[in-house]
Design a protein around this ligand. Structure first.
Ligand SMILES: Cc1cc2nc3c(=O)[nH]c(=O)nc-3n(C[C@H](O)[C@H](O)[C@H](O)COP(=O)(O)OP(=O)(O)OC[C@H]3O[C@@H](n4cnc5c(N)ncnc54)[C@H](O)[C@@H]3O)c2cc1C
Length: 605
């Protein structure tokens, strides 16, 4: 048995994992286990920016940011967590700056900021309206790349141990506590046991359950799926964000920075349709609102050429004509090219369209999981509505649900979530490790994993596993996408159940151990199917529309019956149960009167 022992084991080397590793390794032995080489993690694909109310270009406050985050999440956000996020965001940015992150600068040398959807401040004219604010710090449209490189450099400098291209296949759980993980070394096929006091799941999202997605192929939700199989519930899985501006058919993301910097969406009739759906914020409304608007336009036959896409236009002449440049002045194509170099490159490469001269065909693309492994504000994983902790197990980043994004995340709020809660995770893990002893050496922790692998290798391969994946992605896209109904969700539920049973007899051609990527992809598909099942079950149970979850058969938000977080449990094969957890609401007391700090309101942009 390949045996390793560390105080803290961090699974995943994206922004959340690396930030946690930096913090934890300050005081205890820490290792990062990652199936990808760290700098290939999806954080490196993040484009537009990272939010913090620095007030560098205009007056702003963390309180504005917190209000926007809570409203953006359609009031399902846990408010203490959101306040932590927005308050600690400011120092987090300066931390990154001091580590050497090359942010874009203003003329006088401060960190530059741009607009993003749903980020606002009260209008200076005192009308009570909210107007867009420049809050997203950026390094051109390569912000995530810079964050990932910076954090990785710091980890190397600090001597964090890395196990690159090691794929976690199981958690070591005993009596409801976590004592480590089992991983396969991809190059050799050998299993390794990592015995630990604190384990962090920071394995990223699972957009690959859908057909059209901005997510990398590796985003298969291994962390949440494996935790779920060990009896940990998953929170708010029905809330999956569709980003409005994916490249038509391919799903590759064209960052919201396009609209933050003045870009506009047009339907087939050349109309700026967001004026109808969000008269105040228009193209800078929240993502769920924009994605629904595109679907409505397409359904009404106003897609381009009657097809299922619309245009995103970032030409300087359009920005000038509509007066949407962030500074209010005029811009030229050099400015656009300087602000959005990668996006322009993507459009030229993948679409054959030059966005400096023509508009780009776009459609909503599955982008971000608001749901995930439930945690408290110290990133400790919890197992029930009363917040009982699973000792030794932590989660942060997109795999977690803390919940700062509620029913819909605002753009640029994920990167800041990684840094703020990644750091909190590292701190909490080190603290736990200092206070506990290693459990006795786990007895044969690899047995279930061996059985799993041997099972897949022994299967006859009745059909290619890719077929099962494609069918899952199609039913999820068609029946559990931007709009759903009880009927479509029931179809998805039955489809997934049938796919789960076909999956059991899908083997692989390669029976070897060296770089058996086929085997790993089949195991990843198993995770995706479980998460699809959890998503559909949660969506069926929530008979209301809130944020990214739009039930056409229940079009209104229902705060009487559904003002709570969903916890979905796996109770048996193909069987789930649902419980609800209270939303954390901050109350204020004045003259004996108790009020809420962020009163529920109908969300309009
Ligand atoms: C194209 C794109 C653009 C985006 N732009 C922005 C933006 O501008 N601003 C913003 O705030 N957000 C943005 N987001 C969202 C944001 O980038 C992600 O939510 C965030 O980067 C997730 O980080 P993470 O640390 O949770 O995971 P990731 O960066 O996805 O990393 C996951 C890690 O887990 C590891 N892993 C997974 N499974 C296993 C396993 N079984 N065993 C071992 N290791 C495993 C992987 O190797 C990887 O290292 C964007 C997302 C995309 C897809």
């Amino acid at each position: 048995m390949n045996y390793h022992r560390f105080d803290s084991i961090i699974v995943g080397a994206g922004g959340a994992g690396l930030m946690a590793a930096l913090e934890s390794s300050k005081s205890v032995g820490t290792a990062v286990v990652s199936k990808l080489y760290p700098t290939r993690s999806h954080t490196g694909a993040a484009q537009g920016g990272i939010a913090a109310a620095l007030s560098n270009l205009e007056e702003d406050s963390w309180e504005n940011h917190a209000y926007d985050t809570i409203k953006g999440g359609d009031f399902l956000v846990d408010q203490t967590a959101a306040e932590i996020l927005c308050r600690e965001a400011i120092d987090a940015i300066y931390d990154l700056e001091h580590m050497g992150l090359p942010f874009d600068r203003t003329a006088d040398g401060r960190i530059s900021q741009r607009r993003f959807g749903g980020h606002t401040k009260p209008s200076p004219d005192g009308s009570g309206k909210r107007v867009p604010v420049m809050r997203a710090c950026h390094a051109a449209d390569r912000t995530g790349h810079m964050i990932l490189q910076t954090l990785y450099q710091q980890c190397i400098k600090q001597g964090v141990t890395f196990f690159d291209e090691f794929h976690m296949l199981d958690l070591i759980m005993e009596d409801g506590e976590c004592h480590g993980i089992v991983a396969i070394e991809i190059a050799t096929g050998e299993l390794h046991t990592f015995h630990a006091k604190s384990v962090l799941l920071s394995t990223g999202g699972f957009g690959r359950i859908f057909k059209v997605s901005s997510n990398a192929y590796a985003l298969t939700g291994d962390g949440p799926a494996i935790a779920w199989r060990h009896g940990v519930p998953l929170e708010d899985m029905e809330f999956f964000q569709f980003h409005p501006t994916g490249i038509y058919r391919l799903g590759i993301l064209l960052s919201e920075a396009c609209r933050g910097d003045g870009g506009i969406m047009f339907n087939g009739k050349g109309e700026r349709f967001m004026e109808t759906y969000a008269p105040n914020m228009k193209d800078l409304a929240s993502r769920d609102v924009c994605s629904r608007a595109i679907y409505q336009e397409v359904r009404a036959g106003r897609g381009v050429g009657g097809k299922d896409y619309v245009y995103l236009d970032i030409r300087a002449e359009t920005i000038n004509k509509y007066g949407t440049s962030p500074t209010g002045g005029t811009v030229d194509s050099h400015w656009v090219e300087h602000r959005l170099p990668d996006i322009i490159d993507f459009a030229r490469t993948y679409l054959g369209v030059d966005p400096i001269k023509e508009p780009m065909p776009i459609q909503p693309t599955a982008h971000y999981a608001m749901g995930g492994v439930p945690t408290n504000i110290d990133t400790e994983v919890i197992r029930d509505p009363s917040g009982t902790v699973v000792p030794g197990l932590y989660s942060a980043g997109e795999s977690a649900c803390v919940s700062v994004h509620g029913a819909n995340r605002l753009g640029t709020n994920s990167l800041v979530d990684l840094v703020v809660f990644g750091k909190r995770a590292g701190r909490a893990m080190a603290e736990h490790a200092r206070q506990t002893k290693f459990s006795t050496k786990p007895i044969d922790p690899e047995a279930p994993t061996k059985q799993l692998i041997e099972g897949v290798l022994a299967r006859p391969r009745t059909e290619p596993w890719v077929k099962i994946r494609d069918e899952m992605q199609r039913t999820m896209m068609d029946n559990c996408g931007v709009y759903r109904t009880g009927e479509t969700l029931t179809t998805a539920k039955n489809d997934i159940a049938q796919l789960q049973s076909r999956y059991k007899s899908t083997g692989v051609q390669d029976k070897g151990s060296v770089f058996n990527t086929g085997l790993l992809e089949v195991l990843e598909l198993g995770c995706l199917l479980d998460l699809a099942e959890a998503t559909v079950a949660s969506a069926l149970a929530r008979k209301e529309s809130r944020g990214a979850h739009s039930r056409e058969d229940f079009p209104d938000r229902d705060d009487t019956n559904f003002f709570g977080h969903t916890l979905v449990y796996r109770v048996g094969e193909g069987e789930t149960s649902i419980a609800y957890k209270d939303v954390d609401v901050i109350t204020l007391e004045k003259d004996g009167q108790v009020t809420t700090k962020y009163p529920l309101e109908i969300r309009k942009y």
